[in-house]
Design a protein around this ligand. Structure first.
Ligand SMILES: [Zn+2]
Length: 382
């Protein structure tokens, strides 16, 4: 048996006037998805447990079959894993954004003007030279997204994600460790002055210790692999021993290589992997941009450029089961994530389910199941 998990990031939405009162899932023309849904088990998945933030880290952890209420410690350690960092028990990781704060103290840009990787790395290395040692390490990541590793006692702080502060007063951390964090952020203002970057300081948030997740092989007895362009999803793969397949043409944007993702999935499954996770970010990006047309197009791309050929390829490999769901909703009207349950579809190549339509309305009256339990259902462990 082969298993595939399809994650159209943030695809769930709400009815929109621009779409004649339909959601993107209702408006998109998705022949293969419709055909699968007609013989699938459908329902609603609570991918974001109550009280946790509706982030892709939490939602994808659920989809991978791990209860975030038990395993999620913060966002930063997952991204640290994506960078190849292994935290010791006496270390905590923080997300370290390059940000732009105005003279009046408002958060102007949580992404610090989207610096190039090289210029950003130079700034982070300069900061490491100024502050590193004494258990502090700064590690360059991608663009504005970097990692600070600090002693465990630095974990005791309440921090606000900088993207929640846009246009508002950039209120710093509180709690016992706040003075340590504030010193790093203040020092970064001196280091970044004259760097030529639009960013003028770092912002620390999203801290956590290394999550203690059993390997996917241990938890589910299967060899798994995944493809994604997103650090968080890559990090979850590293933490669970799910092989991350590199695909240079995966961009995390509308122009990503849909066929390439489909083909690496089929190749890995043909080469012996039992389960493959295909993650595509385009639907979420369209949601954040409020771009109705791109969100519908991304769903149609999923259907024509991934699902159609995927089903054909899977049929050639033998019996299969497929699970499809997003990691959270990213409604176009809100342009941000919501914690509401999302529609899921579980289909078996040989056994017909009750069938239905894979839309928000199509599952509205169906029961809600914890998102992290779907993996066990997919692989027949319950
Ligand atoms: Zn997401």
């Amino acid at each position: 048996m082969k298993y595939v998990v399809c994650v159209p990031d943030g695809c769930a939405d709400e009815p929109l006037a621009e779409l004649g009162g339909r959601t993107p899932l209702q408006a998109a023309s998705t022949e293969t998805l419709d055909r699968l849904a007609a013989r699938a088990e459908l329902g609603r998945a609570a991918v974001i447990p109550q009280g946790l933030p509706p982030g892709s880290d939490v939602g994808n952890m659920s989809i991978f079959g791990y209860d975030p209420a038990r395993y999620h410690t913060g966002r930063a350690p997952i991204e640290a894993a994506a960078l190849g960092l292994k935290l010791r028990p006496d270390q905590v990781a923080y997300r370290c954004n390059l940000v732009t704060v105005g003279d009046d103290g408002t958060m102007v840009d949580f992404a610090g003007g989207h610096p190039g990787n090289e210029a950003a790395a130079a700034a982070i290395e300069a900061l490491d030279a100024a502050l590193g040692g004494d258990g502090l390490e700064l590690h360059p990541g991608v663009q504005y997204r970097h990692i600070l590793v600090a002693p465990a006692e630095w974990a005791e702080a309440e921090c606000t994600p900088p993207h929640d502060l846009t246009g508002k007063p950039a209120v710093g951390p509180t709690g016992p460790a706040a003075p340590f964090l504030q010193r790093v952020m203040d020092t970064s203002r001196d280091v970044l002055a004259g760097s030529g970057l639009a960013a003028n300081q770092v912002w620390l948030w999203g801290q956590g210790f290394q999550p203690q997740m059993p390997s996917f092989q241990h938890a589910y007895g299967l060899d798994a692999a995944l493809v994604t362009a997103v650090d968080l999803v890559r990090g979850l793969g590293v933490l669970t021993g799910i092989e991350v397949v590199d695909l240079e043409t995966a961009t995390g944007w509308y122009d990503t290589d849909y066929e390439g993702k489909r083909d690496v999935a089929l190749d890995a499954l043909a080469d012996g992997a039992d389960l493959f996770v295909i993650h595509v970010e385009a639907t979420d990006e369209a949601g954040h941009a409020g771009d109705v047309e791109e969100k519908v197009r991304a769903l149609e791309n999923w259907d024509r450029r991934i699902l159609a050929g995927l089903v054909e390829g899977l049929d050639r490999l033998g019996p299969w089961r497929l699970l499809l769901l997003p990691d959270h909703a990213t409604p176009l009207a809100l342009r941000t994530h919501t914690p509401d349950p999302v529609p899921y579809l579980l289909v078996d190549s040989a056994v017909d389910g009750p069938g239905g339509t894979y839309t928000e309305a199509g599952v509205a009256d169906l029961p809600v199941v914890p998102g992290h339990e779907l993996m066990a259902r997919l692989v027949g462990r319950r």
